[in-house]
Design a binder for this molecule. Structure first.
Ligand SMILES: [Zn+2]
Length: 77
């Protein structure tokens, strides 16, 4: 399992996000972001909007960058 932060995945905070795969971490981060948005956090809303408004190329390069960070993140048990 790996541990990243919300910030590593384009988010605005240092909440820890764990997962057994890049997809897993992505889904857990999405859940966290949705929770924050639902409780009215504008920073997370802005981060989500930025992802949503990115062009396919921008989105692809963002995902590549996040995946790089995932690959570099230390394994935790
Ligand atoms: Zn966050």
């Amino acid at each position: 399992m790996k541990k990243l932060t919300c910030r590593d995945l384009g988010g605005p905070c240092d909440k820890e996000v764990t997962g057994n795969s890049f997809n897993d971490v992505g889904n857990n981060c999405k859940t966290h972001v949705m929770e924050q948005i639902n409780s009215g956090d504008e920073a997370h809303l802005a981060a989500a909007a930025k992802m949503k408004n990115a062009s396919p190329e921008e989105h692809k390069s963002m995902m590549a960058e996040f995946e790089k960070r995932y690959n570099k993140a230390p394994n935790i048990v």
